[in-house]
Unconditional design. Structure first.
Length: 83
């Protein structure tokens, strides 16, 4: 099953950093994922996100308001890939 990943944010430096770290984490895990950056404020708010950047995995907001390291994201994605 392909993992659905969305990076939510207005396109700021932190949003791009989260996207880069997420891409790096996916590559290191060898996971198949559909990754997309969402900058539409209406869609971001509809998901209940008030602090960006945010990471959504399979329609679940898994983090918001900070940019974790690629290693932290790798651990987060690995645990979700197992379920």
């Amino acid at each position: 099953m392909t993992m659905q990943i969305r990076v939510l944010g207005p396109g700021c430096v932190r949003c791009h950093a989260l996207l880069a770290n997420t891409t790096e984490a996916l590559a290191s895990l060898g996971l198949d994922a559909d990754i997309e950056q969402i900058d539409d404020v209406t869609e971001i708010l509809a998901r209940g996100v008030l602090a960006t950047p945010a990471l959504v995995v399979n329609d679940e907001v898994v983090l918001a308001g900070h940019v974790p390291t690629a290693s932290h994201i790798r651990d987060l994605l690995a645990s979700r890939a197992e379920t």
